[in-house]
Design a protein around this ligand. Structure first.
Ligand code: IPM
Ligand code: MG
Length: 357
């Protein structure tokens, strides 16, 4: 029997609701492959502020380091919104990403056939299909650059800095090109090279790296144009390679195109097999604990965890297939509900997937 140690951070809001469902699915799939998962539940985000006075307790980070993978729900909520920047729940996310060296954030956005009607785009656009992967740099750029307050011309001013070195760009570019080799061999590198110096270095470096992948077609788009192209014709994209902040924004847009942010999973990776897996949606405090959240993004995150960190691709396929069957049978949580479907809550959705494993 194989054994793995999984750090589980439900976090705040619906993070708790959806993680509960994902864990049940994980246990059942693991058992099918004669594998034992040892879960260690840890606190981070607002709940850690309440319990320990800090969004990312040292113990949480250290336990994650000792694990094979981390499953994370979501952090944040209005209760902690007025705290100073470095004490906010979101700081826990950045601390985990940075502290664990997870520089590559993969956010696949795919339209399920049966959910096409949930997409806000016209049928004529969505008919062409959407299956793209946002490869977002996750531990650099403006999220981690120097920031502060100062007085300029006698006025209170604030600044944040976008900085990348060539090595940071190279390693994320390699992830994008390698991903493209397994997909449709197309990389769109997104920047703002008409204005930003960091984007000019980004573009030069991506072109250098691309020479090692002659089979992959590379093009460059400015971020504003990308935002437009995504709603005009998302089928043109395969892999979108971009920096931390553009990736944050474009992945929300890409997710909405698919119909629901409640369906999209993500993985944050580095060179070895270790990774952190989380849905791309937030903690949705307005519906927390009400059995309304869609647990599918978190269950799909668990599937990615099996594939990338545990080397169990078959288990991942089992989970994905189970979800497709549940959707094909007409079950929907509120966020993806359309007329004529069967509306279910978080727990029932979890149970339905579980029954299909
Ligand atoms: C995301 C989120 C986070 C980010 C927030 C919660 C800090 O929006 O994972 O996309 O900006 O990276
Ligand atoms: Mg975001």
């Amino acid at each position: 029997m194989k054994e793995f140690k999984i750090a589980v951070i439900p976090g705040d809001g619906i993070g708790v609701d959806i993680t509960e469902q994902a864990l049940k699915v994980m246990e059942k799939v693991a058992a099918k492959y004669d594998t034992k998962l040892n879960f260690t539940e840890l606190k981070a985000g607002g709940c850690a502020i309440d319990a320990f006075g800090t969004p990312l307790p040292t113990e949480t980070l250290e336990e994650c380091k000792k694990s094979d993978a981390v499953l994370l729900g979501a952090v944040g909520g209005p209760k902690w919104d007025t705290l100073p920047g470095d004490q906010r729940p979101e700081k826990a996310l950045l601390g985990l990403r940075g502290g664990l060296g997870l520089y590559a954030n993969l956010r696949p956005a795919k339209v399920y056939d049966v959910l096409k009607s949930a997409s806000p785009l016209k049928d004529s656009i969505i008919e062409k299909g959407v299956d793209l992967l946002v490869v977002r740099e996750l531990v650099g750029g403006i999220y981690f650059g120097e920031r502060g307050r100062r007085t300029v011309d006698g006025l209170n001013a604030a600044y944040d800095t976008e900085q990348y070195n060539v090595e940071e760009i190279k390693r994320i570019a390699h992830v994008a090109f390698k991903s493209a080799m397994k997909r449709n061999k197309k990389v769109t590198s997104v920047d703002k090279a008409n204005i930003l110096e960091a984007s000019r270095l980004w573009r030069e470096t991506v072109i250098e790296v691309s020479k090692e992948y002659p089979e992959v077609e590379l093009n460059h788009l400015y971020v504003d144009n990308t935002a437009m192209q995504l709603v005009k014709d998302p089928s043109q994209f395969d892999v979108i390679l971009t920096n931390n902040i553009f990736g944050d924004i474009l992945s929300d847009e890409a997710s909405m195109i698919t119909g629901s942010i409640g369906m999209l999973a993500s993985s944050s990776l580095r060179e070895d097999s270790f990774g952190m897996y989380e849905p791309i949606h937030g903690s949705a405090p307005d519906i927390a604990g009400m059995d309304l959240a869609n647990p599918l993004a978190q269950i799909l995150s668990a599937a990615m965890l099996f594939e990338y960190s545990l080397g169990m691709a078959e288990a991942a396929r089992d989970i994905e297939a189970a979800i497709e069957r549940v959707l094909n049978n007409g079950y929907r949580t509120g966020d993806i509900y359309t007329e004529g479907m069967k509306k279910v809550g978080t727990k029932e959705m979890g149970a339905l997937v579980l029954a299909e494993i």
